[in-house]
Design a protein around this ligand. Structure first.
Ligand SMILES: Nc1ncnc2c1ncn2[C@@H]1O[C@H](COP(=O)(O)OP(=O)(O)O)[C@@H](O)[C@H]1O
Ligand SMILES: [Mg+2]
Length: 320
């Protein structure tokens, strides 16, 4: 590849591999439509040697789950001095840990569902029965159980009666050693993209998500036609503004760069509740971020190109 090439990183060994590959294809196609040399690479043992031998202009990491969103890969890119689009490793670590992100955005004034964070080890040490009783006593029902650092709703389940809680915990632990048990917020789900292409973070149009089956699970996310998206969301203007402000607050509070997507649920009273923020938003045909860009009249390829420019280091002053 030439020095002007942009490498789109997708795939990797994570449960969301297929989604990531679809995101990667979409973004590399969009870049090529802009006349840019885009190279789609998977994350494997050959990657670092390829990048070191033939450094591209910049990398666009579109990996989901731990390998892409916990910041580790970006640490390695930093060490190779290869610029990349998106947040710094330290900010990724904070955003990727849902309980940590919740605490920080709550301190910044956002609402987030009441919750408990429980490690699988806690169940072994204290016995499942007493711990499950404590969860119900503290949070009540209904609940949403999910891994603390999951994605694409994998390992997430709704619990409406106490007898469903053990299976929900097991399902969550299949995707990670720590579970986040939250009070279920019933209402309208929205995703709010944030874009900062140099003039400060701004919210994109709010995308409303209406899954056919009621729950925005993995199938609802990535099967065309199984979820209806409404852009901008059919919510009152003041609610839309509050959603936009919440997403920008989350982006700024967690110190994120270039782009992010905040997931919220709007309750019956019109109040938005923060669920999580993603540092590598999905870019598939059914993902919300590209839909929000389109609604804002922005071209995906042009936006990525602008973010690459943001990511490049300032030209160093000449020594005199
Ligand atoms: N507290 C909650 N109340 C209601 N629904 C929730 C809650 N937490 C998660 N969900 C549902 O589960 C989905 C996945 O949760 P989320 O925290 O966004 O994790 P991820 O997208 O990383 O899997 C959400 O899109 C939403 O539909
Ligand atoms: Mg989410």
């Amino acid at each position: 590849m030439t020095q002007d090439a942009i490498v789109v990183l997708a795939g990797g060994l994570c449960p969301e591999r297929e989604v990531s590959i679809r995101s990667g294809r979409r973004v590399s196609d969009a870049l090529r439509e802009q006349g840019i040399e885009a190279v789609l690479l998977d994350v494997d043992a050959a990657l670092l040697a390829t990048l070191a031998a033939d450094p591209p202009q910049a990398v666009v990491p579109l990996l989901h789950g731990a390998p892409g969103e916990d910041g580790a890969l970006r640490e390695v890119l930093d060490s190779l001095r290869i610029p990349y689009v998106g947040s710094r490793p330290s900010a990724c670590r904070i955003a990727f840990d849902k309980p940590v992100a919740k605490s920080l955005v709550a301190a910044a004034g956002l609402r987030t569902p009441q919750s408990m964070v429980l490690a699988q080890a806690t169940f072994r040490e204290l016995g499942a029965g007493p711990v499950l009783d404590a969860v119900i006593a503290r949070l009540g029902l209904p609940l949403l159980v999910k891994p603390t650092s999951g994605g694409s709703s994998l390992g997430a389940s709704v619990v409406t009666s106490a007898d469903q809680l053990p299976a929900a915990m097991v399902a969550s632990f299949a995707y990670g050693p720590v579970a986040l048990v939250e009070q279920l917020v019933v209402g309208t789900e929205v995703a709010v993209g944030v874009l900062d292409d140099g003039t400060g973070p701004r919210a994109l149009p709010v995308v409303e998500i209406r899954p056919d089956g009621g729950f925005y699970d993995y199938a609802a996310r990535y099967t065309a036609g199984s979820t209806e998206f409404v852009v901008p969301a059919s919510l009152p203007d003041d609610v839309l503004q509050e959603c936009a402000a919440a997403a920008v607050t989350a982006h700024q509070t967690l110190g994120l760069s270039h782009w992010s997507r905040t997931d919220l649920i709007i309750d019956a009273a019109g109040a938005p509740w923060f669920l999580e923020v993603n540092v590598a938003p999905g870019m598939t045909e059914t993902s919300t971020y590209p839909q929000a860009l389109a609604a804002a009249g922005l071209d995906l390829g042009a936006v990525v190109q602008a973010l690459v420019t943001q990511a490049l280091p300032e030209p160093s002053p000449r020594r005199g």
